[in-house]
Write a protein that binds this ligand. Structure first.
Ligand code: GDP
Length: 306
């Protein structure tokens, strides 16, 4: 991910290396190239505008460090601004003072929620937590079974609508209610002393009112400590509009970027934190349960500028 953006920025900086001093014209030319690289990578227009504005201003204001040559200074400024749009510092998961900590996952169908549920459960289990997964996605055929498979791989129990149901989704009681399932999942976590509850919810192919209402109803029923919005980094320019729709419709406290292993431009995903003002907590980087990382804006910026 970000390979093209990375190449474009690196070649922009290479052109500066031979310069002893940067004129205003040099800076403007550089900023134009950065703007084009960001736009071509699908970074949202308002984010590009504020990003390039900040880079230009800082480059011109000659906050000169003796230790750095002009090219290095521009790289440092771009690095700092990338870290800023990615949210500054890593924000750890908010854990409830009184367990269980409740984490609700929201996002479009196919965004990678169910996969992420398993990854997050394994990550927390490895940290000594005792998570319980809840299958409140009753919309998609096989979603419950998929979560059960993921839970089994992670070695984390799954609360599903039909107790003891390990088989096909057609065991589900007719009209099973995802809100009731989420609530029962929370009760189960309390009685069985799981300290974290991860609730997988249904997604649709596109944003719709019914989906938002269901996610909001589940949120109200379980009062989550975190609502994590999972976004497929490969969906391009739609990422920002989708994120905005979820921010307005359900509200979320953090973002998970999924499919960061893809080779798409990915810049729209880079805009999500900046546009919604919510930090990126984790990244999903493949189909395996271990393809998961805690998101560090500074490390991601360094990777892009490497
Ligand atoms: P959900 O509908 O939001 O629950 O999405 P799923 O978890 O079912 O994921 C949809 C598809 O994307 C599945 O085929 C997953 O294996 C795949 N997937 C999920 N996360 C990643 C990821 O980080 N990288 C890649 N390459 N594929 C992923």
């Amino acid at each position: 991910m970000f390979a093209t953006l990375s190449d474009r920025l690196t070649s922009t900086f290479k052109n500066l290396r031979t310069k002893g001093r940067l004129s205003e014209a040099d800076i403007d030319a550089t900023v134009r190239e950065i703007r084009r690289a960001l736009l071509d990578a699908d970074v949202a227009v308002p984010v590009v505008r504020s990003f390039t504005g900040a880079v230009r201003e800082r480059a011109l204001s000659a906050e000169v460090s003796q230790a750095l040559n002009p090219a290095q200074q521009v790289v440092k400024i771009v690095n700092d601004e990338l870290v800023a749009i990615l949210g500054g510092q890593n924000r750890p998961l908010a854990m409830a003072k009184r367990p269980p900590t409740v984490i609700l996952l929201a996002g479009l169908q196919g965004a990678g929620k169910t996969t992420l549920a398993g990854k997050l459960a394994l990550h927390l289990k490895n940290q000594g937590h005792t998570p319980l997964l809840v299958a409140a996605d009753l919309q998609r055929p096989n979603a419950v079974t998929q979560l059960q498979v993921v839970g089994e791989r992670a070695g984390v129990p799954v609360y599903a609508p039909h107790p003891g149901n390990q088989g096909a989704d057609d065991y589900l009681p007719a009209g099973a209610d995802p809100v009731a399932v989420a609530r029962q999942g929370l009760e189960t976590a309390r009685t069985r002393q799981h300290d974290v509850l991860i609730v997988d919810t249904a997604g649709r192919l596109g944003v719709d009112a019914e989906l938002m209402q269901q996610a909001s109803d589940i949120r109200d029923a379980v009062e989550p400590d975190e609502v994590l919005f999972v976004i497929d980094a490969m969906i391009g320019q739609d990422a920002v509009a989708t994120a905005q729709a979820f921010a307005d419709g359900v509200g979320f406290t953090g973002v998970v970027l999924s499919k960061l292993d893809g080779d798409a431009r990915g810049g729209a995903a880079l805009s999500v934190a900046s546009v919604t003002g919510r930090p990126i907590l984790f990244a999903s980087t493949g189909e395996k349960l271990t393809d998961f990382e805690v998101f560090h804006p500074d490390r991601m910026a360094s990777r892009i500028l490497d």
